[in-house]
Design a protein around this ligand. Structure first.
Ligand code: 5GP
Ligand code: ZN
Length: 397
């Protein structure tokens, strides 16, 4: 547990709509920080520290915290939130945090921060939601794909991922191909109580590969430097995704390793926008049958500090992202369980993907986080099947 609290009055007041976004970024300010809170008025920050800081460390913590607040909040204008569907007020039978009951019944097991084993109850729910997503994919005649869990650094670099989301990257390495290094590792390597392996950094090869942060990127990479034979394509895939979230990792709400199902659209601007909208309408009926209390509203991606203001404003101005936000009654808040995205011709231009007429392809995707959807459903309906809406009881029983 963190031992000391540091109180900071930021030079700029954090507007209400940014409080959550700034708080989640404070986790990356310093390794001393185990958690952070911002007062609702946005004028007071509490950093929870792992140990008592020195005077120099306090200075550095204040300076870095103010840097985050300045870059993210100074002069920022609140974007208008556009609400496309609102079923937040559906009556619900459950009010507790399902995590505790799931843990008690050994339905989930935490291996590490943000890494969970899921038992039959959650797995069956996720499998059931998958059948609904596969039906959505079939509705669009989507071609099925399987993508790797690993992703090459050179591709992520080409689409500026290192600029936009450096904080959430997860790197992959292996032992250097040197017999002395491997022999030494085999003879002496152990993971200590903190979980760290007791070997120096030069034991490992330099990094060319990462764990994939999204599913649709793999499709775009497979189309890179090509002219498409047809005017459009629709694909679907499910995959492991990884986003490192530091001390924000918690529960099944924010996992380091999670599963995403996507339906992906590639074609003209009109084609992508029409199909993104058609998939939203299709899912409206599905979410209704599942009995989910949710809202679909405009959103932005969690860009890193320096990139945040410009990129979030851009996404909002061009209506690039809508999220399905499910209600979490136990904390009176919402959680994004899916999103409807339009990337304009960003991937078409950066990866040189062109349509038959030579213009850069536009892309978009409909994406669902399976663990989050299962978690939000359990938070709304509890673990007793008898309390579940009929469609889910029959589909996931
Ligand atoms: P997006 O591409 O919109 O960021 O992510 C698509 C979906 O993946 C989100 O709506 C959410 O359901 C899921 N997702 C994104 N980040 C996380 C995470 O950290 N943990 C979990 N469990 N799901 C996530
Ligand atoms: Zn996508």
């Amino acid at each position: 547990m963190p031992e000391t609290t540091l109180e900071i009055r930021p030079g700029v007041t954090i507007p209400e709509h940014l409080v959550g976004e700034v708080r989640s970024k404070l986790a990356y300010v310093d390794e001393l920080i185990g958690g952070a809170e911002i007062s609702p008025a946005g004028d007071l920050i509490h950093l929870y520290l792992q140990r008592k800081p020195s005077a120099d460390e306090i200075q550095a913590l204040k300076e870095k915290t103010n840097r985050v607040v300045n870059l993210m909040a100074r002069g920022v204008i609140q974007p208008k939130v556009e609400i496309l569907e609102d079923r937040l007020d559906l009556p619900l039978p459950y009010r507790d945090d399902p995590l505790e009951a799931l843990t008690r019944r050994h339905e989930i097991h935490q291996e590490a921060s943000g890494v969970y084993t899921l038992g039959p109850l959650v797995t069956r729910l996720m499998d059931y939601f998958e059948t609904r997503f596969l039906a959505l994919a079939n509705h669009f005649d989507a071609a099925p794909y399987r993508f790797p869990t690993l992703i090459p650094a050179r591709y992520l670099s080409r689409v500026n991922y290192f600029r936009a989301f450096p904080h959430s990257l997860t790197f992959v390495t292996h032992l250097r191909s040197d017999l002395d290094v491997i022999d030494h590792f085999a003879a002496h390597a152990v993971a200590d109580e903190s979980g760290r392996i007791n070997m120096p950094a030069d034991t490992y090869a330099s990094i060319e590969t990462l764990l994939s942060p999204a599913v649709c990127y793999h499709l775009y990479f497979s189309l890179a430097d090509r002219k498409l034979d047809s005017e459009y394509m629709v694909a679907t895939a499910v995959g492991n995704c990884f986003r490192y979230e530091s001390s924000n990792l918690s529960s099944l709400e924010r996992l380091w390793n999670f599963t995403m199902r996507e339906v992906i659209f590639v074609g003209s601007k009109e084609f992508v926008l029409e199909n993104r909208e058609a998939s939203r309408q299709y899912m409206q009926t599905v979410l209704d049958e599942i009995g989910l209390a949710y809202r679909v509203e405009s959103a932005n991606d969690p860009f890193f500090i320096g990139e945040f203001r410009r990129q979030a404003a851009f996404q909002s101005a061009f209506q690039l992202k809508y999220e399905i936000r499910a209600r979490l009654p136990f904390r009176e808040s919402t959680l994004a369980v899916g999103s409807y995205n339009y990337h304009q011709d960003f991937f078409g231009r950066h990866l040189n993907i062109s349509l038959p007429d030579g213009s850069p392809a536009h892309t978009g995707c409909t994406a669902f986080g399976l663990e989050r959807l299962a978690f939000a459903f359990l938070a709304q309906y509890g673990l007793k099947r008898d309390d579940w809406p009929v469609a889910v009881r029959e589909g996931a029983g």
